[in-house]
Design a protein around this ligand. Structure first.
Ligand code: GTP
Ligand code: MG
Length: 230
């Protein structure tokens, strides 16, 4: 990333200031650790007593990548339970990053990645980036999904791959950075239209209100983290 100057309207006259907002959605079977990963990313600590997500939750965090690219991530964490499957499909709309999580200690959760991938292809933007996350890497002795199998799969479906632990924090920050860098790279190459990833925060907040009205989200679960340039 070299000289990307995107926010021309910015009043602080800093040419390196980049004002982008990426919408992400986290999907995967119930219990694989989506909410714990997100909580660790937002607050840098493990989420004790995590309960099953009902519908969706929304979080937002600002990150800086490639030295000067400042990006507001708006992240929808979805319920993995089957009964929410159709309802969460509407949250793929406009997402530029998809995080598909599975549990390294549960074969079935990896075999379901294909189904989540299918939903992503059907309901998210064509040019979105997808990262597959093998979570619970701390449970090494219980691991059943072989790395070579996952890597072949990711090559075949053109997805990024990373292994994380929401307990000890391994690769949690790196996951979001890796995905964001990949998207920024596509913007730089002209594969993603820069105007299509700007100023959607207000739109997402409206969705939070609608989700609340439909009992799909508890507003107390909306997490925000600002690192000083909100
Ligand atoms: P749904 O909301 O139902 O879709 O589940 P989820 O994917 O959000 O799972 P959640 O984050 O609630 O975590 C499920 C369980 O896995 C909890 O008991 C967590 O403590 C545990 N867990 C999450 N991440 C890790 C991890 O990295 N390592 C280990 N050992 N346990 C984890
Ligand atoms: Mg959850």
């Amino acid at each position: 990333m070299s000289d990307l100057n995107i926010n021309n309207n910015n009043t602080n006259n800093n040419n390196n200031y980049i004002d982008l907002q990426f919408k992400y959605i986290m999907v995967g079977d119930t219990g694989v650790g989506k909410s714990c990963i997100l909580h660790n990313f937002i607050f840098n600590r493990f989420k004790k007593d995590s309960t099953q997500t009902i519908g969706v939750d929304f979080s937002s965090k600002n990150i800086t990548i490639n030295n000067n690219a400042k990006i507001k991530l708006q992240i929808w964490d979805t319920a993995g339970q089957e009964k929410f499957r159709s309802v969460i499909r509407s949250y793929y709309r406009g997402a530029i990053g998809i995080l598909i999580v599975f549990d390294l200690t549960q074969n079935e959760t990896f075999s379901h990645v294909k189904l989540w991938l299918n939903d992503a292809k059907n309901y998210a933007r064509n040019e979105c980036s997808i990262i597959i996350i093998g979570n619970k890497s701390d449970l090494n002795e219980k691991r059943v999904v072989k790395k070579s199998l996952i890597e072949n799969f990711c090559d075949e479906y053109n997805c990024l791959y990373i292994e994380t632990s929401a307990i000890n924090g391994e690769n949690i920050q790196e996951t979001f950075i890796k995905l964001s860098e990949n998207i920024l790279d596509k913007i730089e190459k002209g594969e993603i239209d820069i105007n299509s990833v700007k100023s959607t925060y207000e739109k997402e907040m409206k969705k939070v209100i609608i989700a609340e009205q439909n009992n799909l989200i508890n507003k107390d679960n909306v997490q925000n983290y600002c690192d000083g340039y909100c």
